[in-house]
Design a protein around this ligand. Structure first.
Ligand code: SF4
Length: 690
């Protein structure tokens, strides 16, 4: 590849939250190759198939190139001037008739931190609706809420290096081999490999990650809370807790110990389907470890009990003191490339810099920096993403603005989502790609620049702020999201007030540094250049809470008693399978990006359904049969059947990436009451030949 490129541009991968450093080759103004940056501390030259082919998305056939406005039922090209003026006028008209909160905005973890910060101000202080959220609520909100419950603040306490230095790594609901492939290499091999390290994977399915494990706990769906409470029970029973750490740095221990006393190994075995011996062995390994690391992703977060499951995981780390030391952390592995940067800088579930809506001092601090009256800043969070969608159905929301997200494929219970999109008066879709299943519903499409066409920062799972650089110019008339936000601010008449003198994302970064200064997520010491030169810099250093001081009222972490509720939609005679959904390494989310890459499409062109041989025999189904999955809501047809023992009897699995076989036609629209994250992982379905 070196011969085809004239220059190589250093940047950060724009897919997942691992945050690999890469070099993109450019020839004659076109991105022609990609390779891992050998000097980058995260990936040390490695890239997964998505990263290696990422340059192909820049000139993919599906790029959105012109603003489009629906006229007489058809989307027709218009000038930017007409597009933006129409947007501002239509929204003002709707807000005039239905109130400021009738606009709902859903942003994305794909935006640069600088863009997300700019957007938050525009939505809350420019359009003056509190109903602003990100698609990160579909993946990371439970981790955010769980950290807040235990530690008083969001912020993953550990580092990737901890996965290499821990002597016990426990992964719960986390198939990193498919979803965070370069991070996965930290566990299995390489210079950091420590002899005697034990990898334990908790997952109902024998995922690629489970196949790498020393111990795989093939748990019954949603048995995780019982297992975690049961491990805590054994740790306390067998004297494997750190009483000094508990006494110095936690509250609620006595009540917690009394609570988990009921989670005897026998009781937990009945709930989880795991043997008493295995549960005990895992508890002993974690309790006796010099340093224990617990990582999790969507198997934990995608649940109506996601936030408290995270708190339960944090309980284990706190009672053993497996936190704040090398190798010891309860660590949420995030999803999108900038899930972290957006949750730190956003104006969604918290005010920028992890500030609280209901804290007058926090609002005053921001008002001072912004030169506005603190009364302008909302005192409470507006609607979360699922509530915006529900609001559209019930008539509270009349205009929707989606930015770089594709809810028609990614949001649970498609039928309800479709109703929401068809109920509102005005839908704006701002995206780098068109048509998408969501832009088909749009009244206005704004073509946006994507990764590789703009400059700023992403922050990865380990809080590493990384530089993202411009490689090529956007196609057609596409503009960066940042430019679109400033142009809208101009039309709203708030540009000078909210963004005085701003021209580029560097101006947004400079203000964000001031806003985050002194906060836990403090970006103020790090210039773009220092970030670039270092291959990324972790805010907060290598790990948080090394001194055992937590950002709670009294500085102590909180142990929570976490109940273990059965999941909502249990199988019955009519719907006799539990459907689990997930991903594959070759594709990214709803494939707006990876569908542009020929190689990835050829590798995995279609969705499939996994079923255990026992069930296939009972239903007289054969491998490669086309099957239909039906839930109480709708059905998905034409899935190719894979008969495999990696899935347990009574369960089926399908990937969620494919619009044509949209798993969210059947998933359940149930949400965590704290985080508002959807329960994507369990719903009752039946399977028949198509
Ligand atoms: Fe990109 Fe994630 Fe793959 Fe790294 S592991 S190359 S960040 S998609």
């Amino acid at each position: 590849t070196a011969r085809v490129a004239d220059t190589w541009v250093k940047t950060t991968c724009g897919y997942c939250s691992v945050g690999c450093g890469m070099l993109v080759g450019v020839k004659d103004g076109k991105a022609v190759a990609a390779r891992g940056n050998p000097d980058h501390p995260v990936n040390r030259g490695k890239l997964c198939p998505k990263g290696l082919s990422e340059h192909h998305i820049l000139d993919g056939p599906g790029r959105a190139k012109l603003p489009l406005l629906r006229k007489n039922g058809k989307l027709e090209p218009v000038s930017w001037d007409e597009a933006l003026s129409t947007m501002v006028e239509r929204i003002a008209n709707i807000q005039g008739r239905h109130g400021l909160g009738s606009l709902g905005v859903v942003g994305t973890g794909q935006l640069l931190t600088e863009e997300y910060y700019t957007l938050g101000k525009l939505v809350q202080l420019g359009f003056r609706t509190p109903n602003n959220d990100g698609n990160t609520t579909l993946c990371m909100a439970s981790a955010v809420s769980g950290y807040k419950l235990s530690f008083g603040s969001d912020g993953p306490p550990g580092s990737y290096a901890d996965m290499s230095t821990a002597d016990v790594v426990l992964l719960i609901g986390s198939n990193i081999a498919d979803n965070h492939p370069i991070l996965c290499t930290r566990v299995g091999e390489g210079p950091d490999k420590r002899p005697g390290r034990t990898l334990i994977v908790v997952d109902p399915r024998v995922t690629k990650t489970a196949m790498m494990a020393d111990i795989h706990l093939a748990i019954k769906p949603r048995g995780d809370i019982a297992l975690i409470n049961g491990i805590a029970h054994i740790l306390i029973r067998d004297g494997l807790t750190d009483s000094n750490y508990i006494a110095a740095h936690t509250i609620n221990y006595d009540a917690f110990a009394a609570y988990v006393a009921a989670f005897t190994p026998q009781h937990v075995s009945e709930i989880t389907g795991l043997s008493v011996e295995k549960i005990t062995k895992v508890a002993h390994l974690y309790g006796r470890a010099r340093a224990g690391f617990i990582g999790w992703t969507m198997g934990v977060n995608h649940s109506t009990q996601g936030a408290v499951t995270v708190a339960a995981i944090n309980n284990l780390a706190l009672i053993t003191g497996h936190i704040g030391r090398a190798g010891a952390a309860p660590f949420s592995i995030t999803g999108q490339c900038n899930a972290m940067g957006t949750r730190e800088s956003g104006f969604t579930s918290a005010l920028p810099g992890y500030r609280k809506f209901d804290n007058p001092e926090h609002r005053e601090e921001l008002a001072q920096i912004w030169g506005i009256d603190a009364e302008e800043i909302p005192k409470a969070r507006g609607m979360a993403y699922p509530d915006i969608i529900e609001g559209a159905v019930t008539g509270k929301i009349k205009a929707l603005w989606f930015i770089a997200t594709n809810p028609v494929v990614s949001f649970p219970n498609y039928e309800l989502l479709k109703q929401a999109l068809e109920s509102v008066e005005f839908v704006v879709v701002q995206d780098g790609f068109h048509p998408t299943p969501t832009s088909d519903f749009a009244h206005l499409v704004l073509p946006a620049a994507i990764w590789g066409e703009k400059e700023g920062t992403y922050t990865n799972s380990e809080r590493r702020i990384s530089k993202v650089n411009c490689i090529v110019t956007p196609p057609g008339e596409a503009r960066s999201d940042f430019d679109i936000f400033l142009a809208l601010a101009e039309r709203l008449g708030v540009r000078d007030r909210l963004y005085p003198g701003w021209q580029t994302t560097a101006d947004a970064y400079a203000e964000w540094q001031r806003v985050s200064a002194g906060r836990l997520c403090d970006y103020s010491p790090y210039s773009w250049k220092e970030i670039e030169d270092a291959g990324g810099i972790q805010w907060g250093g290598e790990r948080l809470y090394a001194d055992g001081a937590f950002p709670t009222a009294d500085g102590r972490a909180i142990l929570h008693n976490v109940p273990c509720d059965p999941f909502l939609e249990q199988p019955n005679e009519e719907y006799d399978f539990i459907l689990n959904t997930g991903r594959t390494v070759e594709h990214w989310h709803t494939r707006t990006k990876t569908a542009q890459v020929d190689m990835l499409n050829k590798m995995v062109p279609n969705a499939w359904l996994e079923m255990n041989p026992v069930d296939a025999k009972r239903l007289q189904l054969r491998a490669h049969d086309k099957v239909t999955v039906t839930s109480r809501r709708s059905n998905v047809s034409g899935l190719e059947l894979r008969i495999t023992s990696i899935i347990a009897p009574g369960q089926v699995f399908m990937p969620f990436h494919f619009a044509e076989t949209n798993s969210n036609r059947v998933t359940l629209g149930a949400f965590d009451p704290i985080s508002r994250e959807p329960n994507f992982k369990q719903c009752a379905v039946r399977v028949q030949k198509s």
